[in-house]
Design a protein around this ligand. Structure first.
Ligand code: PEP
Ligand code: MN
Length: 347
């Protein structure tokens, strides 16, 4: 439910309404639209009589929300949200490229890839130190050693770090090193983890569950938001379909649909969506054309030899070509692009 305040309502009016709503056991969340303060209400709304609030000074109306997700909804926050990671703004006019290998490997290998992707226009560096592998016999990641390598990459290149956290117990450790906490597809509905990530107030890249609906996806985002963390990036990474020639199927519909339903930035991961190096370029461009705010791409200086997800990992050279082309597509859909000339060496 949202309380819409009159344009003339002052801070005292808003404060009084907030206190009144809280006295009813509800949580309040402030936002604004065209000069109106909006007060989002969450909690147990069953049995709430809106008339208790409509009569208060400064209140224009009380609107029910049409979807089960509330804070993630455009009805609560009509303007797009931007998430700032150090000096990088995500969800603004510029399309943001995040790149790096699937897993953190040796420091030398990481540095080589990091310098390459930075030169090519990447703004954030990705790499997993804790890997959620389908087989318990596959490489599971370098754990804290991997996080330390990522921190060194940041110190050397200035690129903020995106890295996955697998469990709520690991949140404090990963948060110590990361700039963006990645929650993977397998954990999208791990509610304890969502809660813990919400408590950090850090930027969270939430990947869509491979078998989740858009509503389930936005309700998972809602868990993070409702724990007081507004810094959520939604990441479409493909869903499971009957197709076997690709690893997943990119749900391209989700990009404009998420934009229609939510104010949160939308990132697309063409690497996991396709599982095929040869498809990453075309699918990346489609995602930007559809309105994505950024891409997260698996890149390696020697992709064939990547320790995980080698099939879908592109080379630094292919990434450089891709950023150039993404720049053109971004321009065609009215976005600026983090093109390589604008960013190389600047940050
Ligand atoms: C990854 O980013 O390497 C990863 C494991 O992603 P997902 O959770 O989308 O499979
Ligand atoms: Mn991967």
């Amino acid at each position: 439910m949202v309380i819409v305040m009159k344009p003339g309502a002052n801070a005292k009016d808003v404060d009084y309404v907030v206190r009144r709503a809280r006295s009813l056991g509800l949580k309040t969340h402030l936002s604004a639209q065209n000069g109106h303060t909006l007060i989002g209400l969450t909690g147990d709304l069953k049995g709430l009589n809106p008339n208790v609030l409509t009569g208060l000074r400064g209140v224009e109306c009380v609107r029910p929300m049409s979807r089960p997700f509330q804070l993630a909804s455009k009805e609560f926050r009509p303007e797009p949200t931007t998430v700032t990671v150090r000096d990088v703004v995500i969800g603004g006019s510029e399309v943001v490229m995040m790149a790096g290998p699937c897993s953190v490997e040796t420091p030398e290998s990481m540095m080589k890839t990091a310098q390459g992707v930075k030169e090519a226009g990447a703004r954030l560096f990705r790499g997993g130190a804790f890997k959620p592998r389908s087989s318990p016999y596959s490489f599971q990641g370098l754990a804290e050693e991997g996080l330390r390598i990522l921190a060194d990459i940041r110190a050397e290149t200035g690129m903020p770090i995106v890295t996955e956290v697998l469990s709520s117990e690991h949140v404090p450790l990963v948060a110590k090193y990361a700039d963006v906490l990645q929650i993977g597809t397998r954990n999208m509905q791990n509610y304890m983890l969502l809660h813990a990530a919400g408590e950090t107030k850090m930027p969270v890249l939430l990947k869509r569950g491979m078998m989740s609906t858009i509503e389930e996806f936005l309700l998972s985002a809602e868990y993070i938001l409702s724990h007081g963390n507004p810094n959520v990036l939604l990441c479409e990474r493909g869903i499971r379909t009957f197709e076997t020639y690709t690893r997943n199927s990119l749900d391209i519909n989700s990009v404009p649909l998420l934009k229609e339903l939510s104010h949160l930035p939308v990132i697309v991961d063409p690497s996991h969506a396709t599982g095929k190096r040869s498809l990453v370029n075309a699918v990346s461009k489609a995602a930007i054309a559809a309105g994505a705010d950024g891409l997260i791409i698996e890149v390696h200086h020697d992709p064939e030899r990547a320790w995980s997800d080698a099939f879908q990992t592109i080379s630094v050279k292919q990434f450089a070509e891709l950023t150039e082309q993404v720049g053109v597509i971004a321009g065609a859909v009215g976005r600026g692009a983090a093109s390589h000339h604008e960013t190389a060496g600047v940050r």
